[in-house]
Design a protein around this ligand. Structure first.
Ligand SMILES: Nc1ncnc2c1ncn2[C@@H]1O[C@H](COP(=O)(O)OP(=O)(O)OP(=O)(O)O)[C@@H](O)[C@H]1O
Ligand SMILES: [Mg+2]
Length: 397
C-alpha cells in the first residue's frame, strides 16, 4: 500500500506483476472502509486463504502524511497474511517491496526520438557540475525548450539550487516521500511525471526530479539488482513527448548513480576546471563511459556521445586566459583524448551568489535560489550560459 496522506492505494502482487486493486483519496478512506476491509481485513483474508496462494496483498494504512513503505521497512511483519502455506519459501521483504518484474528491455525505436538527455558528469568534486546543470537548463528554457532536470546526486545540491528545499528541518521534509530514489527503485510505480516538480528558480519553468540524502544509504540495496540501472532509461521513454531536453546531475563519484546517468543519457558534458586533479579524474570518466557503453548494448542503446569537456571556473586573469588556458585545453585533447567545448564558463561571483539567494517569510529566512540568467540577465555569467546553450543545442539537435 502506498499513501502520501492524500491518496490511498492497495497493490496486489500476483506471480508475475503488481496490480492496483483499490484506490481512493485519503479523506475517502473512512467511507470506503467496508471495501478496504474486504480486501485486506484479517478475517476476510483468513477466509480466502484457501484461494489463490500465489497472491500477496501489500497493504498498510498510514495515517501520517508523507510516510512510504520502502525496502528497509519491515513490512513483512505487518502483512495480514503470515505465511501462505507451510511448504512455501518465506517471502522476503525485498521480494515484496523491490521491483519484482524483470525489465522489459525494448529495443529503441527506429526514428530518432526528439527528446535529448544530457548527463553532466565528472568524478572530481566541486568542478561546477551542478552550476552547469541549473544554468544550462535555465538558458535552454529561455530559448523556448521544455526542460527537465534529474538530480542523481545524494548531496541534492541541484534540488536545493532549483529552490525545492524550502523546509527548515527534517520533520517538514516533503521530498523524502517522492524523489529520484523512488523512480529508480520501482519499475512499475513512481513515473517521472508523478515525481517531477515544477520550480521557481527560473522563468519559464523547469521541472525537476528531486534527489534526497536517502540515495546514499540505498545504493547498497540497489547495486545487486542489476536491472535497476535500466529503470531510469525505461521511464525516460514515457516522457519523450513532454520535454525537449533532460539534464542529469551526477555525484562526484564512480558509483551506481553515475553509471545510471551514463546509461540513461544520450550525451555527456564533462565540466572541469582543467586543473591536474580534475585531469587525472578524466581517466576514471573514460573507464565509466566504457562500462556504461557495455550496459547500453543490452538495451540496444548506441554508445554515449561525449559533447566534450566544458572548461568551468576558469580564471578571468588575462595572462591566464591568453597563455595558460590554451595549453591546458591542448593537454586535454592530446593526453586524454577528449575534445574541449567551444564555450567557457569563467569564475564569476554571480554564479555563487545566485545560488545562495534567500527571502524572508514570516521572519524566517528561506532559500530562494535563482538561475544566473534570472538573477542578472546582463551579466557575463548569464551570457556564457546562453552561449553554452546555443552550442549544446546545435550539437544535439
Ligand atoms: N564558474 C563559477 N564561478 C564561481 N563559482 C563557481 C563557478 N562554478 C561553480 N562555482 C561554485 O563552486 C562550488 C562548487 O560548484 P558546483 O556545486 O557546481 O560543483 P559540483 O561539481 O556540482 O560539485 P559536487 O561534485 O560536490 O557535486 C559552488 O559553491 C559554486 O557556487
Ligand atoms: Mg554537484
Amino acid at each position: 500500500m502506498l499513501t502520501n496522506g492524500k491518496d490511498f492505494r492497495i497493490l496486489e502482487r500476483t506471480a508475475e506483476e503488481i496490480e492496483l486493486v483499490f484506490q481512493c483519496r485519503g479523506i475517502e478512506i473512512e467511507a470506503n472502509l467496508p471495501e478496504i476491509k474486504a480486501i485486506i481485513g484479517r478475517e476476510e483474508i483468513l477466509q480466502r486463504r484457501s484461494g489463490s496462494l500465489n497472491s500477496v496483498i501489500i497493504s498498510e494504512i498510514i495515517s501520517e502524511p508523507g510516510l512510504l513503505v520502502f525496502p528497509e521497512t519491515p513490512a513483512i511483519d505487518r502483512l495480514p497474511i503470515p505465511s501462505l502455506d507451510a511448504t512455501s519459501e518465506p517471502i522476503t521483504n525485498q521480494q515484496l517491496i523491490a521491483p519484482i518484474v524483470e525489465p522489459k528491455l525494448e529495443p529503441i525505436s527506429q526514428g530518432e526520438p526528439s527528446m535529448k538527455t544530457i548527463a553532466i558528469y565528472h568524478n572530481k568534486g566541486g568542478v561546477g557540475k551542478t552550476t552547469t546543470v541549473v544554468n544550462l537548463a535555465a538558458a535552454l528554457s529561455k530559448q523556448g525548450k521544455k526542460v527537465l532536470i534529474i538530480d542523481l546526486d545524494s548531496q541534492a545540491n541541484t534540488t536545493f539550487a532549483a529552490g525545492l528545499v524550502k523546509f527548515q528541518d527534517e520533520d517538514e521534509d516533503d521530498i523524502k516521500d517522492k524523489n529520484v530514489l523512488h523512480v529508480l527503485t520501482f519499475e512499475e510505480l513512481f513515473s517521472i511525471k508523478e515525481v517531477a516538480r515544477s520550480t521557481d528558480f527560473c522563468d519559464p519553468v523547469v521541472n525537476v526530479v528531486p534527489s534526497h540524502i536517502d540515495l546514499m544509504s540505498k545504493e547498497v540495496e540497489l547495486t545487486p539488482l542489476g536491472y535497476s540501472q535500466f529503470i531510469l532509461n525505461q521511464k525516460l521513454k514515457e516522457v519523450e513527448t513532454d520535454y525537449d531536453v533532460v539534464i542529469i546531475d551526477t555525484p562526484p563519484s564512480l558509483n551506481l548513480y553515475a553509471s545510471i546517468a551514463l546509461i540513461s543519457a544520450d550525451y555527456l558534458i564533462i565540466p572541469s576546471d582543467l586543473k591536474p586533479f580534475a585531469n587525472q579524474g578524466l581517466n576514471n570518466v573514460k573507464g565509466l563511459i566504457k562500462k556504461a557503453n557495455t550496459s547500453r548494448k543490452i538495451v540496444n542503446k548506441p554508445p554515449l556521445e561525449v559533447l566534450g569537456v566544458l572548461a568551468t571556473k576558469i580564471s578571468t586573469n588575462s595572462k591566464f586566459r591568453t597563455s595558460t588556458l590554451p595549453r591546458r585545453v591542448q593537454l586535454i585533447e592530446d593526453k586524454y583524448g577528449f575534445e574541449v567545448m567551444e564555450s567557457t564558463i569563467f569564475e564569476r561571483e554571480d554564479l555563487a551568489k545566485c545560488a545562495e539567494l534567500t527571502e524572508i517569510i514570516d521572519d524566517i529566512e528561506i532559500p530562494a535560489p535563482r538561475s544566473v540568467l534570472d538573477f542578472k540577465p546582463e551579466s557575463d555569467a548569464a551570457q556564457e550560459f546562453k552561449t553554452l546553450a546555443l552550442e549544446v543545442w546545435r550539437k544535439i539537435k
